[in-house]
Design a protein around this ligand. Structure first.
Ligand code: GLY
Length: 530
């Protein structure tokens, strides 16, 4: 089964499985297909994280997160007075980190793939070359972005060929098709060297970008040991730094374990209050302690220490909200030695892959590589560009996540796999910036504590707290009038979030071994399988 943000990408992945490909083969094909049919977040100009659990229980994770260019420096988004220059880290050429996706896919395939590389890239080539029909949601988004696409590009991208896209219009992406052909035929070199690299560097020069040929040549994805935690009957397997997601998720699930959420009921005042108060404390830790562990000593073991995690709830009152001003990061036991789209795949052998991949915000920096037809990320905004200054998700950070050359920016992406009794139980993850962690958290709780189906758990309403700002974001109706009023009486400020919180993709292994997909109704998401 394959669950992705776009029906065509799900079909591409399921077809690869049918032809004898394994979960990694399908993941590679889906990644490239999403770069065509779901350009908001599917990408070759961005990055991501992949969590793998093979059918024999062997684990691995792949970090293909973007890196700061070598000419990047701590104060690159500040003016002479030390003030943040608005939007510089968020839109345009200077917002772009060195892309990691193509090297990530090459490495994933070289290590675990079964089918030939070209066969996995070819569906994306065909979709880009022959064109594909726009869904209603995609047509609307392209129309909304038109102004920015014109503003940030001197060479007109295919996305503005029509003044106004309508559902069912066919979008052809000819330049992207040629780039994908180079990747298909030359692998890594088809992106990080030669014509594509030349086009990326030329695009940088047309704007104020700083990515060089050397930066591209030096980019390498990294295999990392997953973070794991036993929470009740479930073993949680997720992404280590530079993602904050895995550790934060384990912290949230561990805290909730001490409270009878299932007796309190789903999204009641009692259970929502507990979850919000836990989120407040976990995100305070995130702001202080999390960054790229290759550059900053993230106290991973300390942050995952059960006694430490439980100590974070000191000061928690079931009666009233704690003010975020009274909550700061904890001091985890120190240190051990030197030390946004999601897709879920399970193949017929039981190998499972959980991938979250992104350009950061929708359509990234809005910059297309002229002549190469793909969008570049705006991942630099995920760094802490000034201590305490909120990024586009309102997240704040400190030294741990300061900009440095070749450093990876902190992420909230939380591709996760759950085991129960040593067997594969769930593959889950989400898009949604800072809300990814709490989205994955609530979905896991929905299934493991409240008995929801996979689809029910993904569809159910969600809420979110991230320490700062001091409010609870809530989807319309997620908390209901009674719960909203009850939380307000405890001192929580509830802010409605129109358009949804996070978008998730999940697969649950049912007791009889069948797979149940959860595709998010907030988007065009779809499950495909056989
Ligand atoms: N760009 C969103 C994240 O990585 O958290």
């Amino acid at each position: 089964m394959v669950v992705t943000a776009h029906p065509l990408a799900s079909v591409v992945g399921a077809d690869i499985l049918r032809r004898g490909g394994n979960a990694i083969d399908a993941a590679v094909a889906v990644q490239f297909a999403l770069a065509v049919v779901y350009p908001d977040a599917g990408n070759i100009g961005g990055g991501g994280f992949l969590v793998l659990r093979q059918h024999d229980g062997t684990l691995n994770t792949l970090d293909y997160r973007e890196k700061a260019p070598s000419a990047a420096h701590r104060d690159m988004y500040l003016n002479g007075q030390g003030e943040v220059i608005e939007n510089l880290s968020y839109k345009g050429h200077l917002a772009v980190g060195v892309p990691g996706t193509v090297d990530g896919m090459v490495q994933a395939h070289a290590t675990y793939g079964r089918l030939p590389w070209a066969q996995l890239v070819q569906p994306a080539v065909l979709l880009a070359d022959r064109g594909f029909p726009l869904t209603k949601k995609e047509a609307k988004k392209l129309n909304e972005q038109r102004k920015d696409f014109i503003r940030y590009n001197s060479q007109s991208p295919d996305f503005i060929l029509k003044d106004r896209w309508r559902p069912g219009d066919t979008l052809h992406l000819k330049d992207l098709a040629r780039t994908l052909e180079r990747i298909r035929d030359q692998g890594r070199a088809g992106f990080y060297e030669g014509q594509t690299a030349d086009l990326i560097v030329a695009e940088m020069k047309r704007g104020t970008g700083i990515i060089t040929k050397e930066d591209l040549a030096a980019y390498r994805a990294v295999w990392r040991k997953p973070v794991t935690g036993q929470v009740g009957d479930y073993r949680v397997i997720s992404m280590p730094p530079p993602s904050s997601g895995g550790i934060a998720l384990i912290q949230l699930l561990t805290i909730a374990q001490d409270y009878p959420l299932q007796d309190w009921g789903w999204n009641t005042v009692k259970s929502a209050h507990l979850m919000i108060e836990a989120e407040r404390r976990v995100y305070a830790d995130r702001a202080k302690h999390f960054g790229d562990a290759d550059f900053y000593e993230v106290p991973v073991k300390g942050l995952l220490d059960t006694t430490y995690i439980k100590s974070r709830m000191q000061g928690y009152s079931p009666k009233k909200a704690t003010s975020s001003k009274e909550v700061s990061a904890g001091v985890p036991p120190l240190p051990e030695g030197p030390n946004t789209t999601h897709y879920a795949i399970v193949d017929p052998e039981g190998n499972a892959v959980s991938v979250t991949t992104t350009l950061n915000s929708s359509f990234g920096s809005k910059v297309f590589v002229g002549g190469a037809g793909f969008l570049l990320n705006n991942e630099m905004d995920d760094f802490s560009i000034k201590p305490g200054y909120p990024n586009s998700y309102g997240l704040v950070g400190e030294e741990a996540n300061a900009i440095a050359p070749s450093k990876r920016m902190l992420s909230s992406m939380t591709p996760t796999i759950l085991e129960k009794d040593g067997k594969l139980f769930m593959v889950i993850g989400a898009m949604g910036g800072s809300t990814i962690i709490t989205t994955v958290y609530q979905i896991i709780q929905n299934v493991t504590r409240y008995g929801f189906t996979m689809q029910g758990a993904v569809s159910a309403g969600r809420f979110h707290h991230q320490w700062k700002p001091n409010w609870v974001l809530s989807e319309w109706g997620a908390l209901g009038f009674g719960t909203g009023a009850g939380l307000w009486l405890k001192g929580h400020k509830i802010v409605p979030k129109y358009g949804g919180i996070g978008r998730a993709a999940g697969i649950l292994v049912l007791p009889n071994g069948q797979l149940e997909g959860g595709a998010d109704p907030r988007g065009d998401d779809a499950a495909a399988g056989f």
